[in-house]
Design a protein. Structure first.
Lengths: 267, 345, 275
């Protein structure tokens, strides 16, 4: 009886994970197909990868995705981190006001945020393109950075920055030598979140960019009408990059902890 | 002794609440000065203004005769030991202690030497590479002191530094702190709400309440000659009785006249009288003016705390002798045991 | 206290321009009918009245229905999985939850795209059925396909919060329930489930928010004829060019989400005050 229960539980978990991973697996498998078919695997080949590299339209979309993600992550991380640090020093009223505004893009449907930004850019007569995409990405990434950094700031001893200045650090030194190193885990989480949010974004980029500026998501969306293994090849690369990044970020702290434990023991 | 810090009419308001209502205080070189008072009295704010974390609304703050109100904390020659130590958890003991010197770009070998000396001073030699989060409360406390003192400040500010320690460790650190202060020979400004701590360590005690300084004096002064009812009731236990000064050296309360040593009052001026519980002797009723019955007896370890009910009030008496409840007794005290204070307005 | 206070100022400025003003511009578009020119503004409620037209009412009802069904299925499937995962050893739990999280990090468009080749008429499932000698089933461009795509994409958002509330739950609660004579079923419904309600509500809000506003999944798996609220908005802005009506739908969508969040919070506090 117990065995049966255990077995059915295992089966359930396996089925759920199959549901999550089969599409991913299928995508990757057919990127290596030698024919154009997305249903019959006729043989292994790398031709779709070669086609991918030779496709200048896709390669420029990759460049847009990567460069926007890097820039948006860098800017929103700085903006979000200083805001989170400043928040803790402000009065409750201001703090609540800012956190509430900050929650709007998080709780609002993406498409509403996208429409809002599109209308804003059109009202300000900024031409849709790379710049509007970058501004929009900074705008939706920053709230996530703030939400991941702010709890770390709040858990700091409020005298810690004062202690640094008391010992002769200028406010800037107190920030860079003491406060930032101490909230590093929150900042790293924010960086990761911002990067993947930006890199994966479709809805907002779709509405705010134009004039031929496309990121990976937009190009995939436009190409779905004529299914094409090149997209599978692109997907495979993107999936692998994200997969490795997530794995590394999750495993490094585990390894570090292990080493720390080992060090404790050897001491 | 030279004046090192002078506060002139300092006021400070937080969110419509006036925390400091005009503080005037001179702090001397080489002095162990304690700001003593209940929470909310303004003692920590006073300390933070001296450190530069808060700015006063009005008044002057002089350091060596120079106005420093607008000077940021990192340019002041004071260092602080924080209530919860505020050690930097991402740095080890050595890195924490050398933080200030590294900012000043001090030579590496000098830093190493000084860290060693400081660790020896606070009794933590050999702890250089330890993780500060792995230290006990008392050890963290010592690191915090070393981290402040290594910068050779003219003044060390301590904000309830022993508050987080247990009673036994607190006693130990009190003696240690006093020893360290003697050794480095600088001014310590110490904030606490613990009157026993204040009396046992300080050269000067500044009693504060409600944004005002109530009394400045040596521990013996504030204990034996409290200037008003607040000081008398906050420091030690006391019987406070309303009465009047008939003339110099003669006071009247509870319907009797007593000889005393206080002078300088107007004739028949209303006053308040302090009788410390340990200054009152229990005698036979016929040998005393004030008489009553023993109401309760509680053993307090070294002495008994006895409440004696008279016609007008209950007196608290500390004595090593035991008396039965219900016994008729008399209360006796000499002229020097009576402390007459101005009545609080 | 006086230091670092000003660090919030850049973001106050930024968020006013990039978060607050867009909402006002959208609202302005929604209550006017002068198209894209902002010169001769005429206020009107026409844009909102148009929802009453059967075509749009249908879209609205369909979106709501699909959203609720998706939430329901995700809740049942997700809760079961979260509950099973929470019973494993801690280390296994970490690994399993990581595996649940990884798809969330991967571009939703790419994952949806993968389903096309699985579900299409000559796709993998039908090829498989053919080999078994069964007749093929047409799955693409149906409610089923859209639902599969939605559940696959949104299920992790349900699992994670539920697992969090289950895994931090003190074991002594269930032990106490057993001790007081509750059987496993009673224990689950009267103790475990009730204590996990905050996680459930979080998951429900997330999945509802995502499924009611999506336009990629219905477009890719439901085809051009499959119109939900998200698609309606997209059409107004990309092909029809009626920004006023598009803004009105966007505002309606945002309001629905806001109401749903309010309602869920009420349930949450109601539960708490009952205890």
């Amino acid at each position: 009886m117990k065995k049966l229960a255990k077995l059915s539980k295992g089966l359930y978990v396996a089925l759920c994970f199959a549901f999550f991973y089969i599409p991913i697996f299928v995508t990757m498998l057919f990127s290596f197909n030698s024919s154009k078919s997305l249903t019959k695997f006729t043989g292994f080949s790398l031709k779709w990868y070669i086609e991918l590299i030779e496709n200048s339209e896709i390669m420029s979309a990759v460049w847009v995705s990567v460069s926007v993600a890097v820039l948006a992550t860098a800017i929103s991380t700085v903006l979000g981190t200083i805001t989170a640090i400043g928040l803790s020093k402000n009065r409750k009223l201001i703090r609540e006001w800012i956190t509430n505004i900050n929650n709007i893009p998080i709780m609002n449907p993406e498409i509403v945020t996208a429409i809002g930004l599109m209308l804003l850019f059109s009202a300000m007569k900024i031409e849709k393109g790379y710049l509007t995409m970058l501004l929009a990405h900074i705008s939706f990434c920053t709230p996530y950075v703030i939400t991941s950094v702010y709890p770390k700031v709040r858990s700091l001893d409020p005298s810690i920055a004062n202690a640094a200045m008391d010992l002769g650090a200028t406010p800037w030194q107190a920030l860079t030598k003491v406060v930032v190193p101490m909230i590093k885990p929150g900042i790293i989480a924010g960086v990761l979140l911002a990067f993947t949010m930006s890199f994966d974004d479709f809805v907002i980029s779709y509405f705010v960019s134009g004039n031929g500026v496309m990121n990976i998501s937009i190009i995939v969306y436009n190409m779905t009408k004529r299914t094409n293994p090149t997209i599978n090849a692109l997907s495979t690369i993107v999936i692998l990059v994200i997969f490795i990044a997530v794995l590394v970020v999750n495993i490094i702290p585990l390894l570090k902890r292990k080493r720390a434990v080992a060090n404790e023991k050897s001491n | 002794m030279n004046t090192l810090i002078e506060l002139k009419n300092i006021t400070k308001t937080f969110d419509d609440q006036q925390v400091l209502k005009g503080i005037n205080l001179k702090i001397y070189e080489n002095e162990f000065l304690t700001l003593l008072g209940p929470s909310g009295c303004g003692k920590t704010t006073t300390l933070r203004i001296i450190a530069g974390f808060d700015e006063s609304d009005s008044g002057e703050l002089l350091f060596d005769g120079i106005e420093i109100s607008k000077l940021p904390p990192y340019k002041r020659e004071v260092n602080t030991v924080f209530q919860k130590y505020a050690l930097f958890p991402h740095l080890n003991v050595e890195e924490n202690i050398s933080f200030g010197l590294k900012l000043k770009k001090t030579e590496k070998s000098v830093i190493e030497q000084k860290v060693k000396k400081m660790l020896a001073l606070v009794g933590l030699s050999g702890f250089e590479k330890r993780d500060v989060t792995s230290l006990s409360g008392g050890q963290q406390q010592r690191v915090a002191i070393a981290r402040a003192l290594i910068n050779e400040p003219k003044v060390l500010l301590l904000d309830e530094p022993l508050g987080a320690l247990d009673a036994r460790l607190r006693k130990e650190m009190q003696t240690e702190l006093k020893k360290i202060q003697k050794e480095v020979g600088i001014t310590f400004i110490y904030v606490t709400h613990d009157q026993e701590e204040a009396l046992s360590m300080s050269d000067t005690v500044v009693v504060m309440n409600d944004g005002y300084i109530q009394q400045i004096g040596t521990p013996t002064d504030v204990y034996n000659e409290p200037e008003n009812r607040f000081v008398a009731s906050f420091i030690g236990e006391s019987n406070i009785i309303e009465g009047k000064m008939v003339r110099d050296c003669l006071v009247e309360f509870d319907g009797f006249e007593f000889e005393c040593v206080d002078k300088g009052f107007k004739e028949n001026e209303e006053a308040e009288i302090v009788l410390r519980p340990e200054d009152i002797d229990i005698v036979k009723p016929e040998n005393a003016k004030i008489t009553g019955t023993v109401e309760s007896v509680v053993f307090k370890g070294v002495h008994y705390e006895i409440m004696v009910k008279t016609d007008l009030r209950s007196y608290m008496i500390h004595t090593t002798d035991f008396f039965d409840v219900g016994l008729e007794v008399g209360l006796s005290f000499g002229p020097e045991d009576i402390h007459v204070m101005w009545k609080m307005v | 206290m006086k230091y670092f206070k000003n660090l919030v100022k850049p973001y106050v400025l930024w968020s006013s321009v990039m978060i607050i003003i867009p909402l006002f511009v959208m609202l302005l578009y929604a209550v006017t009918n002068s198209g894209n020119s902002l010169v001769n503004i005429q206020f009107t409620f026409e844009n909102f009245k148009r929802f009453a037209e059967p075509v749009y009412l249908n879209v609205f009802v369909k979106s709501l229905k699909l959203g609720i069904i998706t939430v329901a299925i995700c809740l049942v499937v997700g809760y079961t999985l979260a509950y099973i995962i929470a019973q494993f050893k801690e280390r296994t739990q970490t690994v399993l939850i990581l595996l649940v999280t990884i798809p969330m990090w991967i571009n939703m468009l790419l994952r949806t795209y993968a389903w096309i080749s699985i579900l299409s008429d000559n796709g993998i499932i039908n090829t498989f059925l053919e080999k078994l000698g069964l007749s093929p089933i047409s799955m693409m461009y149906t409610d089923f396909a859209v639902m599969i795509g939605q559940i696959c994409d949104f299920l992790p958002y349900m699992i994670i919060p539920i697992h969090t509330s289950l895994s931090k739950m003190d074991k002594s609660y269930t032990e106490a329930a057993y001790d007081l004579g509750a059987n496993p079923v009673q224990t689950f419904f009267k103790v475990t489930f009730k204590l996990s309600i905050p996680g459930v509500l979080n998951g429900v809000i997330m999945v509802f928010l995502l499924s009611i506003s999506t336009f990629v999944i219905p477009k890719l798996l439901g085809g051009g004829q499959y119109v939900l609220m998200g698609n309606l908005i997209e059409n107004q802005f990309i092909s029809v060019g009626d920004w006023n009506f598009g803004s009105a739908i966007s505002i309606l969508l945002a309001s629905i989400i806001l109401l749903a969040i309010r309602w869920m919070k009420k349930i949450d506090t109601g539960e708490n005050s009952q205890k």
